[in-house]
Ligand binder design. Sequence first.
Ligand code: ASP
Length: 436
Amino acid sequence: MSIIVSKFGGSSLADGNQFRKVKDILLSDNRRKFVIPSAPGKRNSKDFKITDLLYLCQAHIESSIPLDDVFNLISNRYKAIVYELDLSLDIDIYLNEIKKDIENGASKEYAASRGEYLNGIILANYLDFKFIDAKDVIIFNKYGSLDNEATYKALKNTLSNYEKAVIPGFYGCDPLGNIVTFSRGGSDITGALVAASMNADLYENWTDVSGFLMADPKIVENPMQIKKITYRELRELSYMGASVLHEDSVFPVRNAGIPINIKNTNLPSDPGTLIVKDMEPDYNNPIKGIAGKKDFTVISIEKAMMNSELGFCRKVLSILEQNCVSFENMPSGIDTVCVVISDSQLNNKIDILVDEIKRACNPDSIVVHPNMALIATVGNGMSSNKGIATKIFSSLSDSNINIRMIDQGSSEINILIGIENDDFEKGINSIYKAFI
Ligand code: ASP
C-alpha cells in the first residue's frame, strides 16, 4: 500500500475554514496517512503568526512583564478554531498548562513549539487520527543537532503501529527531555523526516501558492508555474533566493529518492510543482527558472601570469578565511580572478581584505565593484544545448545592461551573471522574456 506524507503550512491551518479544506484533502485520498501541521499562520496581512506570539510571550516573562494580553490572542485563536469545527475537545486544559509553563520560565524553544503541538492535537481530534507528540519521535542530540539515526528509528517504530497519524512539525526533544526546535519554517523538515523514515511514495507540502513560479512575481508579471523540477535545479534557484521550502527539508527526501509535491490548499486541483530526483532535459524549454539577489561586492584581482603562480588563489582565500568572510563565487581567467562576496558577509571589512590581498599577493591591480546583483538562470535543458548563453547575454545587451561577471557552474545547469544592483529587476525581466 503506498504512503503519502502531507505537511500543511500555517496559512493552510490558520482558521476553522482552512481546517475544513485540509480535512477534505486528506480524506479524498486514502494513501494520505501521516500529516504534519504547522502552527496557525496569518489569516490576512495584518494578522499575527501564532509562533511569533509564542516567542513574544516567552520574551515578556524573560523581561518580567505579564503575558496575559499576548497569551489571550493565542488562546482566542485556538478556541475559535475548536468552536468553528464544533469539536468537543477541551482546549482550555492544554492552554492553561502551556501558559503556566511559560510563566514558570519554560524555554524559548518550548514556548515556540506549542503552536504546532496545539494545532496537532486539534487536527488529530478533528480527523480522528492518532496524535503523536513530536517530542517522542524527532530526536536531537545533547548539542541541539538532529540525531538522524535515533529519529528514523523512533519514527519507524512508532508510526508503523498506526494506520493514520498527526505529528506536529517544527520540534523534537533532546536526551534530557528539553524541547528543541528547528529553525523557522522547520515543519517542512519534520515532514521530510517522516516521509523518508516511512519510505513514502510522495511527500506533499501544502501551502498557499501553487508551487514554484519561474520568477519572482514581485518582479515579473504573472510568471509561469514550474510543473516539474529536479532537486538540483531547485537547490540552485533556492540558493539564489527563490524559496517555498525550508532548505534543509530537501535532503532527507532527496536521499531517499522521494518526490516532493508543492500544492495549494486553496486550489487542490492544481497539480502544483513536482520535485524529482531525475528527469529528461527538455531542450525545447531549457530554462526552469530565474532567480537572483542584490547587494554583492566583487573584488577583481589582476596579475600577469597569475595562472602559473603557485598558490595565488589559496593566498586570497586564506585572507578571506582569516577574516571570517565566506564568498559566493570565484570566476577566474588567465591573469584575473574575481571574488564575489555578499555584503551581509563583508561587514565593512573590504578595506582590510584589499590591504591584505595587496600585501600577500602583490597584484598588478585590484578593483572593488560594490552594489552588484547576481542573477541565476537555471535549467537542466541548458547542458549540451547551444545558444542559451547567447540568448541571455543578447537580452541583457538589448536592455542596455552591462554584464560585470559571468560564471557557468561545472554542472551546466546554471548560468550566473553579475550586473549593477540598479539593473536587477530589468535584468530578470529581460532574461524571462527571452525564453518565455
Ligand atoms: N511555526 C514555525 C514558524 O513559523 C514553523 C513552521 O511553520 O514551519 O517558523
